[in-house]
Ligand binder design. Structure first.
Ligand code: SF4
Length: 432
């Protein structure tokens, strides 16, 4: 940790301000949290802006918060804490703006069953988060005999009416971003990467990868102005994909679709048919320990419902969870930004039961990897949500002191043993 006071490594041999460095480590930690949160907010604001939506208040906050990360600008820990929580508030605002931009452009998502695997014929797979890129590709490929597949965070596209009206949007190929090198190697058509998370492509398939928008990689063709003609040419020049059916996945449980079932859900909880809700999701990654999420989902009892979002869903969405009185036991709200839908659902349930979100029979088990996940965590803290289980490890950028403050105030917990955690969560809260 670099100390701004003595311009040495804090606590190292050149450290001249013993006692000050400790304080700086906390401020540095909060500045880091703020910066990571801002990156997440920036990503969502970028997508919304591409669809014509912007928010002066979010922009003004971003300027203020960036300014507040300058060297020697403020040494008041509590003011930084406040700023970090305001970042969570702004992220909620920006997720709402993006939700509105998506639904006003592509319609409100409804539940969709999506075929996994590939169909015989030319095909393009699209990964990342930018629905507008996918829409433009679908328009440009229409009538050309090319099938389009979603990958990773693009899966929720199948829920949007204006996207699924394209009949050549035929299914989903592959899983989360960290499996790209294997999955893209095996996909014989072109691959369009619209945003993070891109893995450096292997030479074996690099000539089939195209990036656009914010995404890029050295030696990979970058598409400008959403002119996908080169991707289309490539798809038509390559040997056709083979037929490979691999079952189905479900998605499209936007908050409007789930809240349409609100009365049924409340009735099922009151009748004791739904015991508990789990949110299990967030960013996936390759770090060991992430099988916790699959194991937990497998062990969740049959009288419980699992909400999910983001690419962490691939840890658990490969099986059929069935339903409880017509309410699906696995509810995929969408991309990471669609955690907004999960928040709306939780707030609506709290309202229906006349309690706070913390008093609902709901446990949040969040996986984090990159900066959008940090922004979402800050949103949950801004909303006062407690008892979040965070993994696969607690963020290393938080100093021990800042982490302790968060643990004391919000009871953030690291992942433990699956059986022990599950028993604890099931006993945590009971709604009336
Ligand atoms: S959910 Fe997070 S880890 Fe997954 S692709 Fe999106 S940004 Fe990357």
């Amino acid at each position: 940790m670099f100390c701004y006071q003595c311009e040495q490594t804090a606590g190292g041999t050149g450290c001249t301000k013993v006692g000050v460095c400790g304080k700086d480590a906390d401020i540095q930690s909060l500045q880091d949290a703020l910066m990571f949160g801002l990156k997440g907010i920036g990503a969502y604001a970028y997508h919304a802006r591409e669809l014509g939506a912007k928010d002066e208040q979010v922009d003004a906050f971003m300027h203020e918060a960036m300014f507040a990360t300058l060297t020697n600008v403020d040494f008041d820990l509590s003011r930084y804490m406040e700023l970090v929580l305001r970042a969570g508030e702004m992220n909620l605002r920006v997720m709402e703006m993006l939700d509105k931009a998506h639904t006003s452009t592509f319609g409100s998502p409804t539940p969709a069953t999506v075929a996994r695997g590939t169909k015989a014929g030319p095909g393009i797979v699209v990964t990342g988060h930018d629905l507008l890129d996918l829409y433009e590709l679908l328009k440009q490929t229409e009538g050309k005999g090319i099938n389009v597949y979603t990958h990773g965070e693009m899966l929720p596209a199948h829920g949007y009416p204006k996207l699924r009206e394209f009949k050549h949007l035929v299914g989903n190929y592959g899983t989360a971003w960290q499996n790209q090198r294997k999955e893209f190697d095996e996909f014989s058509g072109p691959i369009l990467v619209t945003t993070n998370c891109i893995m450096i492509p292997k030479d074996s398939y690099k000539d089939r990868v195209f990036t656009c928008g914010i995404a890029g990689a050295a030696g990979v063709k970058h598409i400008k102005n959403r002119d996908f003609s080169e991707v289309i040419e490539k798809a038509l020049s390559l040997p056709p994909l083979a037929e490979s059916e691999q079952g189905t996945l479900s998605t499209g449980f936007h908050h409007t679709a789930v809240l349409g079932l609100a009365d049924k859900i409340v009735e099922a909880v009151r009748a004791g048919k739904i015991r508990h809700f789990f949110f299990i999701g967030g960013c996936d990654g390759a770090k060991p320990g992430r099988n916790y999420y699959s194991e937990l989902a497998e062990k969740v009892p049959d009288d419980c419902v699992i909400l999910t979002a983001a690419c962490g869903k691939y840890r658990l969405n490969g099986r059929d969870y069935g339903d409880i009185d017509g309410i699906p036991r696995l509810i995929d709200t969408g991309q990471c930004n669609d955690c907004y839908s999960a928040v709306k659902i939780a707030l609506a349930l709290a309202d229906a039961f006349g309690c706070s979100v913390n008093e609902l029979p709901l446990s949040l088990v969040v996986s984090w990897y990159e900066q959008k996940a940090v922004a979402i965590l800050l949103t949950l803290l801004h909303l006062g949500v407690k008892n979040i289980r965070l993994g696969p490890s607690l963020p290393a950028f938080l100093s021990p002191n800042v982490l302790n403050i968060l643990i004391e105030k919000y009871n953030i917990k690291p992942l433990g043993d699956v059986d022990g955690d599950l028993a604890e969560m099931l006993g945590e809260r009971v709604a009336g």
